[in-house]
Design a protein around this ligand. Structure first.
Ligand code: ZN
Length: 499
């Protein structure tokens, strides 16, 4: 049976890729800086092996034969879905020469340490040659992939299959029209919310204790996952039964670890929720970054920044941090964690201004890919766009163009998926509540099973069986839209700021 042979082959491919993921996790959590060069070689070799298995003639032959075997099967069956995904991956991978794949892996692995240094020393020039090389390799990759309308299409498609640049632009234009007046109305009412209570002394061990307690209550399974420290928090998985989340602590600011842990647990629960029979196959991952981010943002914002949630959890938080929170009411705290104001760092931005941070990156990446912007001019272009969108200019590049890990990792075309995830998070949550109106009341009692089970049944278990478009259509009956997100935001912020 070619199908069985194909499965065995793809399972090996999956093993190589997951082993590489372990090395990637180690690099960002444990590895001393001195390990970078050896790690680049090791990951380069693994990416070569994976690419060779992926693009071998034998793989192509097995896919063609397996297609005949699954021809009569239900479209939604695991086997039919596996062969569809395998064919897509094969077609994509065979467009890239192995040399280019290895060069990208080695360059981006080395670039990580250079970026960490550049960011720490606020020195863009230190990072510039690496970034130029990365964009050069990205241009080469785009030429190999080909594209329909603009080069950026080829990049976006890697992370959000089937989503054209034109459609993201349309959604962003819609969003911008509604966000700008909301940001302005909030700015005029800025005094309504004071968030100084968040910037007090919060001992790190207690922060960790509370964060892990919350995400355990959400349903993140620490028997099948763990949390470690990273410069730039992320989630990765080696299996549905071994999912790694990361966080970072600030002893004088409760937000980064608290909401970061909630966020990453949303990614983690998606991976832990994938059906066991898809584990160890190429279907054993979330279907797209947009859908992934819908999960993290739902647990971080819609649940974790809701009044209901804090009605239940605030007394516990207060008991852990009596010095910081004695005499601070739950309403003061709730408003503080939802304070909206223009800020420099994307991952710490509030729900209203967050998508503006993404639009800055989306436009700059396109300008570079279209040859309209040189890397040497990127810091100035960043600052100009930032002023245009958020009305403030970063005081230095560490808080500006150097803040994100993504470009050093070669992740170009990735940022828009954060905004798509924000939009989807509300669409999915609305659907869950429509089917289970008791969900908000459960959240207010510190219970999350109904929501998590709904997500598992409708989204998590399927892994990569369906394309993001298929999944969104299937679950919501429509495509990605801005309306539900803007309604959610307007309602929430009208209340918080008495607009
Ligand atoms: Zn995320």
């Amino acid at each position: 049976m070619s199908l069985d042979e194909l499965k065995a082959r793809l399972s090996e491919l999956n093993n190589v890729n997951r082993a590489a993921a372990i090395l990637g996790w180690d690099q960002q959590t444990m590895m001393p800086p001195g390990g970078a060069e050896a790690r680049a070689r090791q990951l380069g070799t693994l990416s070569k092996i994976a690419h060779e298995i992926q693009t071998a003639d034998e793989t192509g032959r097995l896919i063609e034969d397996a297609k005949k075997e699954v021809a009569g099967m239900d479209y939604e069956s695991d086997d039919a879905a596996l062969v569809r995904a395998a064919e897509y991956d094969y077609e994509q991978a065979t467009k890239l020469p192995t040399d280019l794949v290895v060069a990208i892996m080695e360059t981006t692995t080395l670039a990580h340490e250079v970026w960490v240094e550049a960011r720490a020393n606020n020195d863009f020039e230190h990072f510039r040659p690496m970034l130029e090389k990365i964009f050069d390799l990205t241009h080469q990759m785009v030429e190999c992939f080909g594209y329909k309308e603009v080069p950026y299409d080829a990049l976006l498609d890697q992370y959000e299959r089937g989503m054209p640049t034109r459609e993201v632009k349309r959604l962003f234009d819609e969003l911008k029209q509604e966000l700008v007046p909301l940001v302005k109305a909030i700015a005029e009412n800025q005094d309504a919310v004071d968030d100084s209570v968040l910037h007090r002394s919060y001992p790190i061990d207690k922060q960790r204790e509370f964060g892990e307690k919350v995400v355990s209550a959400y349903g993140f399974d620490f028997k099948r996952g763990r949390q470690d420290l990273a410069v730039h928090p992320f989630c990765t998985h080696f299996s549905a039964n071994d999912v790694r989340i990361t966080t970072r602590f600030d002893p004088n600011w409760i937000n980064p670890a608290l909401f970061g842990t909630m966020h990453e647990s949303g990614h983690g629960m998606y991976e832990q929720g994938i059906a066991q029979n898809l584990d160890n196959s190429i279907l054993g991952s979330g279907t797209s970054l947009g859908v992934h981010e819908s999960q993290s943002r739902m647990w971080e914002n819609i649940v974790g920044r809701s009044r209901g949630f804090w009605g239940h959890f605030y007394p516990e938080l207060q008991a852990l941090f009596p010095d910081a929170l004695n005499g601070v009411t739950v309403d003061t705290f709730y408003k503080a964690i939802n304070k909206s104001y223009p800020s420099f760092i994307r991952v710490e931005a509030d729900e209203v201004t967050y998508n503006l941070h993404i639009m800055v990156r989306f436009e700059l990446e396109q300008a570079i890919m279209n040859g309209e912007l040189a890397i040497k001019d990127l810091p100035a272009a960043w600052n100009a766009k930032f002023e245009d969108y958020l009305g403030i200019v970063p005081p230095n590049d560490a808080q500006g163009v150097l803040q994100d890990v993504h470009w050093s990792s070669g992740l170009i075309g990735y940022f828009p998926t954060y905004s798509l995830g924000n939009l989807l998070s509300v669409q999915f949550y609305d659907k869950a509540v429509q089917e289970h109106p008791e969900i908000p009341n459960e959240i207010a009692r510190g219970k999350f099973d109904t929501l998590l089970n709904w997500l598992r049944v409708n989204i998590h278990q399927h892994g990569r069986k369906f394309t993001p478009q298929e999944l969104v259509q299937h679950v919501t009956g429509t495509s990605i839209q801005t309306g539900p997100f803007m309604r959610y935001l307007t309602e929430k912020y009208t209340d918080i700021y008495n607009l």
